[in-house]
Design a binder for this molecule. Structure first.
Ligand code: KMT
Ligand code: NI
Length: 176
C-alpha cells in the first residue's frame, strides 16, 4: 500500500498523480479507513475470519479490465471515478492486479491509495471516495458485503444531505 496526497493535473486519472506527500496507514485509520495485508497460504482463512468478525455475509468477484469488460471499459472506469459514497462500508480484497482508491481526508483533500494483490481495504459508510484502475488497466477484486450487495453509489453533492454522511462526519469529528 502506498498512499499520498493526490496531485491534480491534466494527465489521465490512471496515472499516479503523486504529489510526494505521503500518508500512513495510521493517518488513514484516523478518517476511518481500515487496511490489512493478507498474503500467502492462509490468506483466505484470514479473510474468512475477518468477514465473520465484522459480519460480512456475502461476497463476489469483479474484474475491471478491457479484456473482461470489452468496449464499455473506458466508460466504466470513468463512472467508478465519479465522487460518491455508500450507505454501507465498501470492502475490497485485491486478488490480482492493482488500482487506486481515492478518499477525501478531513480537509476534503484527495488521498490516493494504491492497492495491489493481497491487500484489503474498508472504506466507512458515508466517506466520499472514487476508484480507478492504474496504468496497467487490470484489477481483480473480491467485494464483500454485510448484507445483500448494497453498494449503490450516491454521488456528490446529492449525498451531502444523506444521514450516513452526517453519521460519518460525527464519528470522525469532521467539521464542514
Ligand atoms: C468500486 O467500488 O468502485 C468498484 O467496485 C470498482 C472495482 S473494485 C476494485
Ligand atoms: Ni464506492
Amino acid at each position: 500500500m502506498k498512499a499520498y496526497v493526490f496531485e491534480k493535473s491534466e494527465e489521465d486519472q490512471r496515472e499516479p498523480h503523486n504529489s510526494g506527500t505521503y500518508v500512513s496507514a495510521e493517518d488513514l485509520a484516523q478518517i476511518g479507513v481500515l487496511y490489512w495485508q493478507f498474503n500467502g497460504e492462509d490468506a483466505l482463512d484470514r479473510i474468512n475470519d475477518l468477514a465473520a468478525e465484522r459480519k460480512y455475509k456475502n461476497r463476489d468477484e469483479i474484474i475491471v479490465s478491457p479484456e473482461a469488460m470489452g468496449p464499455v471499459y473506458e466508460e466504466k472506469v470513468k463512472s467508478f471515478f465519479a465522487e460518491h459514497l455508500h450507505e454501507d462500508e465498501e470492502i475490497r480484497y485485491i486478488l490480482d492486479g492493482s488500482g487506486y482508491f481515492d478518499v477525501r481526508d478531513k480537509n476534503d483533500v484527495w488521498i490516493r491509495i494504491h492497492l495491489e494483490r493481497g491487500e484489503m481495504i474498508v472504506l466507512p459508510a458515508g466517506m466520499y471516495h472514487r476508484f480507478t484502475t492504474d496504468a496497467k488497466n487490470y484489477i481483480k477484486a473480491m467485494r464483500l458485503f454485510k448484507e445483500d450487495p448494497q453498494w449503490t453509489p450516491i454521488n456528490r453533492p446529492l449525498a451531502d444531505e444523506n444521514q450516513h454522511r452526517f453519521d460519518y462526519l460525527k464519528t470522525f469529528n469532521i467539521t464542514v
